[in-house]
Design a protein around this ligand. Structure first.
Ligand code: A2R
Length: 314
């Protein structure tokens, strides 16, 4: 066993980035251990940091009493108990900014895929239906649509830039108005949904945004409306979304995130005409996952050296 500081990792993330971690610490990946409890019991008390792709509960913190850093892989930290960490004097870091472009790319990808029905059109072509049935049905356009962005933060701004390139009319909803953007602000989300054709959700998860996109918002978006969620599954009320899609009260949905990942509601799996699903891959490009991993790495390096953290959230 090397004498490099011990670090507990509860789940692995991008392997090349994990390989870099191993250069500066002795990592113990619990989910890959034959007996995770035994590994945690042996190395938890010696660990100087916990690294996680966004999930850390009190039990893990208490099993690692010397670990005064939770370095989280991902911008969202709704799966980390921040209050408990703060109460224990543990600093938490995340990986903001480096994933903005990638997440925004996928958001627009889902807009294009759903509005232009690209996935379905691909299958239609492969199945020879162009020959047997003739032309593919008409679709809704993407360019010059009215889009509402729910959460205009770091990622939301990149989504807006891409929407502008598509000549869209851009509105946004958040709790506080921004003074630095030319986009239309809506304090009322239902009102914005009523005025938009496309709604893209990119707020944090957690209690404050739980079911923010509820039946009222979904009904306001309406039968020709498209909902795209690249935030957290918890932000959209699935019990409102699924019946609305089934009954045609909402036109379409493009979803990268779900409340109980990796499980996706059965009802959505059967909806191929108006729903496009991706398995939480918004930031999952080689470059972005490496960049995220290096933010985790840099925070651990800073922590071990007693230097200021790069991206503290508490
Ligand atoms: O509400 P504000 O003014 O704090 O604006 C933030 C907005 N937001 C909300 N909007 C409506 N209702 C809420 N309860 C609410 N809470 C927050 O979401 C801000 O405009 C935006 C979040 O922006 P950032 O903090 O810069 O986060 P970033 O990096 O864009 O990532 C957003 C989320 C992550 O937390 C992950 O869950 C997901 O994207 O990947």
């Amino acid at each position: 066993m090397s004498d490099k500081p011990h670090v507990i990792i509860n789940y692995p993330w991008y392997q090349p980035a994990l390989d870099r971690m191993a250069e500066i610490c002795t990592p113990h990946v619990l989910s890959e251990a034959e007996n995770p409890d035994a590994v945690l019991a042996e190395f938890g008390p010696k660990a100087k940091a916990i690294c996680t792709p966004g999930l850390c509960d009190v039990a893990l913190m208490d099993a690692c009493p010397e670990a005064k850093l939770i370095s989280s892989f991902g911008v969202g930290y709704d799966g980390v108990d921040i209050a408990a960490a703060t109460a224990r004097g543990i600093k938490v870091t995340n990986t903001p900014d480096v994933l903005n472009d990638c997440v925004a790319d996928l958001a627009l990808g889902l807009v294009l895929a759903t509005r232009r029905r690209i996935v379905e059109a691909d299958i239609y072509t492969r199945q020879g239906r162009w020959v047997s049935e003739g032309n593919f049905p008409y679709v809704h356009k993407v360019h010059s649509s009215k889009v509402g962005i729910v959460g205009l933060g770091r990622i939301g701004m990149e989504i807006a830039a891409r929407c502008a390139a598509f000549k869209m009319e851009i509105a946004y909803h958040k709790r506080t108005k921004r003074d630095d953007v030319p986009y239309t602000f809506y304090a009322d989300l239902v009102e914005m949904a009523r005025d938009c054709e496309i709604l893209i959700v990119i707020t944090p998860g957690g209690a404050e945004t739980n079911n923010l996109v509820n039946a009222g918002v979904i009904n306001a978006l309406g039968p020709d409306g498209l909902l795209v969620n690249v935030a957290r599954g918890s932000v959209v009320d699935m019990d409102a979304l699924i019946p609305a899609l089934k009954e045609g009260r909402l036109g379409a949905a493009g979803l990268d995130v779900f409340p109980d990942e990796p499980n996706v509601p059965e009802a959505l799996l059967g909806m191929t005409e108006n729903v496009v699903l991706t398995p939480h891959v918004a930031s999952a490009s080689h470059d972005t996952r490496m960049a995220m991993g290096m933010v985790v790495y840099d925070n651990v390096v800073a922590h071990l050296a007693g230097k200021p953290l790069l991206t503290p959230v508490n």
